[in-house]
Design a protein around this ligand. Sequence first.
Ligand code: CA
Length: 221
Amino acid sequence: MRVLVIEDDDAVADGIVDGLADRAIGATRVSTGTAGIAAIAESPPDLVVLDLGLPDMDGTEVCRRIRAASSLPIIIVSARDDEVDRVVALELGADDYIVKPFGMRELVARIHAIARRSGGADGPRDEASPSRLVIDSRARRVLLDGEPVHLTPREFDVLEYLARDRGAVYRRTDILRDVWDTTWFGTAKTLDAHIAAVRKKLGDPGWIESVRGVGFRLGEP
Ligand code: CA
């Protein structure tokens, strides 16, 4: 479990990071919304703890932007004990809302509750409704609604890469580096061609969503 803390108040942020570390939960901290969004694009954490009162943009805007690009869990921590803020935050897709001051025990309990709900970072997102798309890495086989999908080896590699963390956005440069073992710029078109081919074979472009300016993620149309 890796937590990203977006909080401009040093004392609050240090308290959260240290408190999580005491409970063997790794946390990194950034102090602006812009840095938070960049950190998520760079390397998506398992959960975000987000302050609403940030120096560069409102936390609700940060929440909206994170949610536009991924489904990663967000816990809002706010000094504003305001029903409107709470409703807005939850409507924007935050998973929970805690009012400052709060105890570490409460925050950790909520983190664990969300991790259980989402099945944890490594587990299936929702056991009640397994995905229609099954990617068998061992047999290098893809089944869609029980029917095999015939992919080229490289197409399989791309799809499998995106499936490592469904819903997470993977950066183009990371996909190129890890699947093609290159950062050569010319391969960007190759990546697009492979994404297009996989979409076509899956019969619905919604399986692989483009996230403008960032990269791609595996969706569920
Ligand atoms: Ca603040």
